[in-house]
Design a protein around this ligand. Structure first.
Ligand SMILES: Nc1ncnc2c1ncn2[C@@H]1O[C@H](COP(=O)(O)OP(=O)(O)OP(=O)(O)O)[C@@H](O)[C@H]1O
Ligand SMILES: [Mg+2]
Length: 324
């Protein structure tokens, strides 16, 4: 349904999107995940025909976003980062106005507005349709924005950070809503919150500095997260730096960091992918006669993976460090 090939976008000299390619199948809910400035909005704006790419191509439903933009726009509902609304209008009035702008025949507008409003819970439990937009809470304004992009029942929904600024209860409702929209539409949504996309998306595309750094289902990405492994140990019985150095000498240990808590030293021991260093660490502690009060393996979470993929440079050097 969405076909992006070698897409690149420069703003002047700033490279915002750097040669990215991906496909989104019809009926899929895809999360576009990345830190601030990664290029998410830029990509979504190209897909929705708001700005042209510098090079590469993007197609929606087989139509080119640049040369066949009218056809693309009629198939897409776009909810931008900041939903532009007319504050002095009432909700129904605004949605009717938008339906007219979208070229819906006048006889169909009222039904289209009711249908979209119903789906975004603007009618029940409380009827929001007669309220002025500037008197709505932010969450309800987001819903109006979402109802707006559903008016023409588009095949594809492009939602740029749909839950930003919402309170936790509203976030939950918005996620539920997006999940239900995924039953009928192809949805691509951006976020910098992993937990959010993990819950609602079948597929994740992780982008950093304009490039795709990982792609797959949340399950596939989680399987890639197995390394590096970490063992957390709390010991006493020696100088912290000497204990850390002894642990660092174990085969397979890549890095040891330590902090002190009272008489105890807490060591964070990093090993290679899938390594389980517990046995070797335990043997060393026994051999040295250190006292032990905790020894556990910590498997990286998808969150760690995301941070690692998007923020950290992996040095690859074996190190011993004091975190105090
Ligand atoms: N109109 C513009 N003119 C110049 N540079 C821009 C413009 N819009 C975005 N950029 C730059 O392009 C890069 C990507 O920005 P973009 O808005 O696509 O990121 P994003 O992933 O949506 O970030 P956020 O999570 O903060 O919304 C950034 O370096 C940004 O400063
Ligand atoms: Mg953005």
């Amino acid at each position: 349904m969405i076909d992006v090939k070698n897409l690149t976008k420069y703003y002047g000299r700033t490279l915002a999107v750097d040669n990215i390619s991906f496909n989104v199948d019809a009926g899929s809910v895809v999360g576009f995940l990345g830190p601030n400035g990664a290029g998410k909005t830029t990509t979504l704006r190209i897909l929705t025909c708001f700005i042209p790419a510098t090079s590469g191509s993007a197609k929606v439903g087989g139509f080119d976003v640049f040369s066949q933009s009218v056809k693309v726009r009629s198939r897409i509902g776009y909810m931008p980062e900041n939903v532009p609304l007319y504050p002095e209008m009432r909700v129904r009035e605004y949605l009717m106005f938008r339906a007219a702008l979208r070229g819906l025949p006048s006889k169909q507008r009222s039904a289209a507005v009711d249908r979209a409003a119903e789906r975004c819970w603007l009618i029940s439990p409380e009827d929001m349709m007669r309220r002025r937009i500037d008197q709505l809470s932010r969450g309800y304004r987001q819903r109006v924005g979402l109802a707006d992009c559903l008016l023409h029942d588009p095949e594809v929904l492009v939602l740029d950070e749909p839950t930003i600024g919402l309170d936790p209860a509203q976030v939950r409702e918005m996620r539920k809503l997006i999940g239900s929209l995924g039953e009928k539409h192809t949805v691509i949504l951006s976020s910098h919150i992993l937990a959010e996309v993990e819950q609602v998306c079948k597929e994740l595309i992780v982008i950093s500095s304009g490039r795709i750094v990982a792609q797959g289902t949340p399950g596939e990405l989680r399987r890639r997260v197995t390394g590096p492994s970490r063992v957390i140990v709390e010991v006493k019985g020696g100088q912290p730096e000497l204990m850390a150095a002894a642990v660092a000498d174990i085969d397979g240990v890549l890095d040891v960091q330590y902090t002190r808590s009272g008489n105890w030293t807490r060591l964070t021991v990093k090993g290679g992918e899938n390594a389980d260093l517990r046995q070797d660490v335990a043997a060393l502690i026994a051999a040295k006669g250190y006292h032990l009060r905790e020894l556990r393996r910590e498997v990286s979470s998808l969150e760690d993976f995301f941070v690692q993929m998007t923020y950290e440079q992996i040095s690859g050097q074996k190190g011993i460090g004091n975190r105090e």
